[in-house]
Design a protein around this ligand. Structure first.
Ligand code: HEM
Length: 393
């Protein structure tokens, strides 16, 4: 086992630039060990092909129970076991039932509603002075989109932004309070959606399920709404990372501004270049498995490094060049296999609309201060994104 390289997650260099830290390790071996003080064995797959294969391997399961925590009120626990923590047929049943609401077509149909939300958020921001685009735009947008999707009444949306922020922070008193509020709000939206179907996800799912033999129960729908609040906020980090990337690659920004039809390709390239997921959720082998000749013992966690796979020169020409015209781009920014991001189409539309409107309205958009990524081993995310919104170039 001595020839399996190690990546030290407590090394500030690894946290501040995972791309640079992974490159030599990936060239040395498709499998490495993640180490940190107090960490048990933890494996990471560094190359694209092996990462894809691993993510599609049914012998590698996600563990459930991550929400069995003291800050979660007990009566909420049953609602928090989401499909993202399930495996096999239990998982695929729920995926099948929600999939019709998340097709590329549904996401495209939702585009104009997202655009209205984007315009509304930008209308509220001051021009020609520094503003934190992460706090004021990138964070509220995804939770507003989820409210629109779920059918949360407009009057309740400011509270949902707070719940969203508390859930995204992942801990603390506000987190514990947000959970029952989201569950109660979801129950009310579902009752409303069943009583008076509207043009939202809950009403849509209720309709789909009436036509089908199987259906999501109301409790399963509540859990699904919770999962959307939990997982559906990721666009915040991609939007912020994307704006930073574009502003620090002025040639590519100019190319995109000159041809807005490039936006879908640019979004794919951004999801490759600065995907917020540094690595996937850990998987646990239900038996000993071998990945590229390395034996991973049963029960030892293994993750796929998204940042490393997305810069694998075996798959991407000149992987360290940011290129908004790159095509095709089989990146793993939305993962792969059974747990491939169910919201990927919606996220693509959301990020494309957000960037498109921002660039169109503010030809003189510019950074307005120092920007740095937080030292977070799991998520590539900024602490803040100070910019100046200038309507004229
Ligand atoms: C799963 C990324 C936006 C809902 C995932 C996974 C990744 C991911 C990497 C899989 C993790 C794994 O395999 O371990 C992203 C990124 C997004 C984004 C980069 C934005 C840019 C969204 C949105 C929604 C969403 C907008 C919903 C509205 C989900 C759900 C899962 C998931 C429900 C779990 C799927 C399952 O377990 O079957 N996402 N996501 N995501 N995502 Fe996203």
């Amino acid at each position: 086992m001595t020839d399996v390289p190690e990546i030290d997650l407590s090394d500030p260099a690894v946290l501040s630039d995972p791309f640079a830290a992974y490159a030599p390790v990936r060239e040395q071996s498709p499998v490495a060990r993640l180490v940190a003080p107090g960490f048990g064995p933890f494996w990471v797959v560094t190359r694209h092909e092996e990462a894809r294969a691993m993510l599609a391997d049914p012998r590698l399961e996600i563990n459930s129970g991550s929400f069995m925590r003291p800050d979660v009120p007990e009566h909420c626990l049953p609602y928090l076991r989401t499909m993202s923590e399930m495996n096999g047929p239990e998982h695929s049943r729920l995926r099948r039932l929600v999939a019709p609401a998340f097709t590329p077509r549904q996401a495209t149909l939702f585009g104009p509603r997202i655009e209205r939300l984007v315009e509304g958020l930008l209308d509220e921001l001051p021009e020609d002075e520094p503003v934190d685009l992460l706090e004021r735009f990138a964070r509220p947008l995804p939770i507003d989109v989820i409210c629109e999707l779920v059918g949360i009444p407009a009057a309740d949306r400011p509270s949902w932004r707070e719940y969203g922020a508390a859930v995204a922070s992942g801990h603390g008193e506000k987190f514990g309070q947000a959970i029952p509020a989201v569950i109660e709000g979801a129950k009310a939206a579902i009752a409303q959606g069943r009583a008076k179907p509207a043009d939202d996800l809950v009403s849509g799912l209720a309709r789909i399920n009436e036509e089908d033999g199987d259906r999501l129960s109301d409790d399963e729908l509540v859990t699904m709404v919770w999962l959307l609040v939990l997982a559906g906020q990721t666009p915040a980090n991609l939007i912020a990372n994307a704006v930073l990337t574009l502003l620090t690659h002025p040639g590519q920004l100019a190319t995109l501004r000159a041809d807005p039809a490039l936006m879908p390709r640019a979004v794919e390239e951004l999801a490759r270049w600065c995907a917020p997921g540094v690595m996937t959720v850990p998987r646990f082998p239900i038996e000993d498995v071998e990945i590229a000749g390395v034996r991973i013992p049963k029960g030892e966690p293994v993750t796929a490094s998204i940042v490393s796979a997305n810069r694998d020169p075996r798959v991407f020409d000149e992987p360290d060049r940011f290129d908004v015209t790159r095509e095709p781009s089989p990146h793993l920014g939305f993962s792969h296999g059974q747990h491939f991001c169910v919201g990927a189409s919606l996220a693509r539309v959301q990020v494309g609309v957000a960037l498109g409107v921002l660039l169109r309205r503010f030809p003189g958009l510019a950074l307005a201060g120092e920007v740095s990524y937080l030292p977070d081993p799991g998520t590539l995310r900024l602490a803040s994104l100070p910019v100046t919104l200038r309507p004229a170039g």
